[in-house]
Design a protein. Sequence first.
Length: 122
Amino acid sequence: MPAVEVIAILVHVTEPEAAVAWYARAFPRGRLGRVGDPIIPILELGSVKLEFVQVDEKVSSGAAGTVVYWQVEDFDSALGHLESVGAQLYRGLLIPIAQSRRRDGTDQRIRPSGKRHASAGN
């Protein structure tokens, strides 16, 4: 199998415009954009696009399913920033197996509308 790279993550939400606005505050280095037909709001973070799509009968919104881990330079600073834009502790502090030897912290936060995301220290 040839090498693969994650390029987009679909984030199912009830209000795509509100969700992309919140994520833009949470990740201010991201670039806002739009793709597709119908138009889907996106936030580009490096080589990955978060694509905010409307929930439907197959996929609901909220704290369930896939969790994405973000690598940050300063864990405590990132944690404080996420809390300042409304994220609440969901589960943590966790230490993933791959990082347990270095004792880096990881946590899961839940944004105001219910989606989970996680942060991992360097």
